[in-house]
Design a protein around this ligand. Structure first.
Ligand code: AMP
Length: 453
């Protein structure tokens, strides 16, 4: 079976608004950074659930005409990111189904760790699957449950799944939002200006549609949205928070607040901590845009070394299809990131990025900066070495391809051809997110190999 089915996605749910699908559409734009592979929205008008989904960016999938067909006062949406395997439109979400209680649609962010087991059991009992997505398991679990009401069936189904899930379910008249007991992936609740509700992976979606933040959906909590009432909360699991610390490092948008804190502030703290533990004499601090920007600002502020924009990013380049030769690959990188020669020529440069995964990006960037005349390039990374793959919803390569799992820091420094290389350590990372050194409310498995499930 294919790996990495639901990595790095975004979910949104709108309830109790006349233009629910339009608000879901705008929200997906705000959440586009979490997935560019496919997008989809399902809406419900009390009688039917309508779904539109396709491969590509939100802007490509939706237009004024097709949005009009997504009728109703509730809607759920999804953007999907996947690097591996099947690009089939069937693997886009929402996952929609007709079953004995009517119609439903589901969106999911996270990865189920017992997906294969559950699927094999279902297949043995006669289930037929259309996609490789673990989310489809949920449809079958709900459809096959013997309970009379959807709510009880959802409760039944989520007891059988393990791993990371932030989920939003839509029926013809109701909406449900749920987070796994660890709260790996974020999910927040907000109030729409007219009194309806929104749930979304990140609060940057709230800002866009004018919603006010109420609170995070708690780990292990199920919210039921029905009629014009306040959402009803049921505690399904005892919460044992293990928030994904990589949301702060790389994933979330800096203008979002996740797990109760500003992403921008935590990222800037990482840069400050890094400057304190890994100082180096230099003329300039420059970020790898866009991910490295807040940490580079923090590094510059704490070190007193001037911050400059040393690399320009072209925002209009999506995935490029030219790959075959090395020369073309290098060109491709330059298309996306180009050096500001006048700024860096003859200068000792500290370049800050949020993470090194395979090491290929840093290697190309450092080469590019040297070619542009930088006299020294010191690489500073605002997170610890990424040594272990993620099974809870982040798209990371296997251990073989994680450079820090296979090389020492000096080895990596030589490989990326930097004059020096240093990472943030785990204690400083925890301090940056205002957590104590022995705080166990975060999942740091990608840096420590300490897995929870
Ligand atoms: P590389 O070391 O070449 O694999 O890439 C490192 C770059 O990828 C850094 O600039 C990160 O900002 C970015 N990055 C880190 N994690 C991910 C991820 N899960 N998906 C996509 N890009 C990532």
């Amino acid at each position: 079976m294919r790996e990495n089915m639901n990595e790095k996605c975004a979910v949104v749910g709108i309830f109790g608004h006349e233009e629910a699908s339009k608000l879901a559409y705008f929200s997906l734009h705000a959440l586009q950074h979490r997935g560019q592979e496919a997008a989809g929205i399902s809406s419900a008008d009390g009688e039917k659930v309508h779904t539109i989904k396709d491969r590509g960016l939100v802007m490509k999938v939706f237009n004024e005409e097709n949005l009009k067909t997504l009728k109703g006062s509730s809607a759920i949406g999804h953007t999907r990111y996947s690097t591996a395997g099947d690009d089939s439109i069937l693997d886009a979400q929402p996952v929609f189904a007709r079953y004995d209680l009517g119609e439903m649609a589901i969106v999911h962010n996270g990865n189920l760790t017992n997906a294969e087991e559950v699927r094999n059991r279902l297949i043995k009992r006669g289930a037929i699957f259309q996609t490789f997505m673990d989310t489809e398991n949920l449809i079958h679990l709900i459809a096959k449950s013997e309970k009379d009401h959807l709510l009880d069936r959802i409760i039944d189904a989520v007891q059988k799944i393990e791993g990371a899930f932030s989920l939003v379910f839509l029926s013809r008249t109701k909406m449900f939002a749920m987070r796994d007991r660890f709260g790996f992936r974020p999910l927040s609740l907000g109030r729409l200006p007219n009194g309806g509700y929104i749930v979304a992976s990140e609060t940057c979606a709230f800002d866009l549609v004018g919603a006010t933040f109420i609170r995070d959906v708690e780990p292990g909590e199920l919210l039921i949205f029905e009629d014009k009432k306040e959402p009803i909360s049921i505690k399904i699991f005892e919460p044992t928070p293990k928030h994904c610390i990589f949301e702060y490092v790389y994933f979330a948008r800096p203008d979002s607040s996740v797990f109760g804190q500003s992403v921008y502030e935590t990222r800037k703290n990482m840069g400050k901590e890094l400057a304190l533990i890994e100082p180096v004499e230099a003329d300039l601090v420059i970020p790898v845009p866009d991910g490295g920007v807040p940490a580079a600002i923090g590094y510059a502020q704490a070190s007193g070394i001037p911050y400059e924009m040393g690399i320009m990013r072209n925002h209009y380049i999506g995935r490029t299809f030219i790959e075959p030769t090395q020369e073309m690959r290098d060109l491709k990188v330059k298309m996306k990131l180009s050096p500001m020669t006048d700024i860096i020529k003859g200068k000792r440069v500290i370049v800050v990025d949020d993470s090194i995964v395979r090491g290929t990006t840093s290697r190309r960037i450092i080469r590019m900066l040297k070619e542009a005349g930088a006299s020294e390039v010191h690489m500073r990374v605002s997170s610890p070495p990424t040594t272990d793959p993620c099974f809870y919803g982040v798209d990371t390569p296997s251990k073989d391809n994680l450079i820090a799992a296979n090389m020492s820091t000096q080895g990596i420094c030589d490989y990326i051809e930097a004059d020096s290389l240093a990472y943030l350590d785990e204690a400083s990372l925890l301090r940056s997110v205002n957590a104590a050194a022995d705080d166990d409310n975060y999942c740091t498995a990608c840096f420590t190999g300490k897995y929870i499930v």
